[in-house]
Design a binder for this molecule. Structure first.
Ligand code: ZN
Length: 102
């Protein structure tokens, strides 16, 4: 299995994102261009390709939604932990004595 690190990993990631974006764009273009094709029967090749394109869009949409949910949850977890670290009061002996006197 290939292991990419650093700059190679960024390049591979961008290539994959570009391929995904190209797949979505081509699927949308194919569906838009062939919505009113001349249907040739039960084994119509255009209808089969339309189904594949629609399936691609469904799969990519689901994957992007899941990735967005994971990203938001991770972001909230990280920022929530950072806020808790800053909100912890510093309990010194003097502060505890003042609170006890109040
Ligand atoms: Zn057809």
């Amino acid at each position: 299995m290939f292991k990419f690190r650093g700059r190679e990993q960024k390049i591979v990631t961008w290539v994959l994102v570009c391929c995904l974006f190209l797949t979505v764009c081509l699927s949308i273009a194919f569906i838009a261009g062939h919505t009113q094709h001349e249907h040739t029967g039960a084994d119509c090749p255009v209808c089969a390709e339309l189904q594949v394109a629609a399936q691609n869009l469904t799969t990519v949409g689901t994957a992007v939604f899941a990735a967005a949910v994971v990203a938001v949850l991770t972001w909230n977890l990280v920022t929530g932990l950072q806020k808790q670290q800053y909100q912890l009061p510093v309990l010194t002996l003097v502060l505890l004595k003042i609170q006890l006197n109040n």
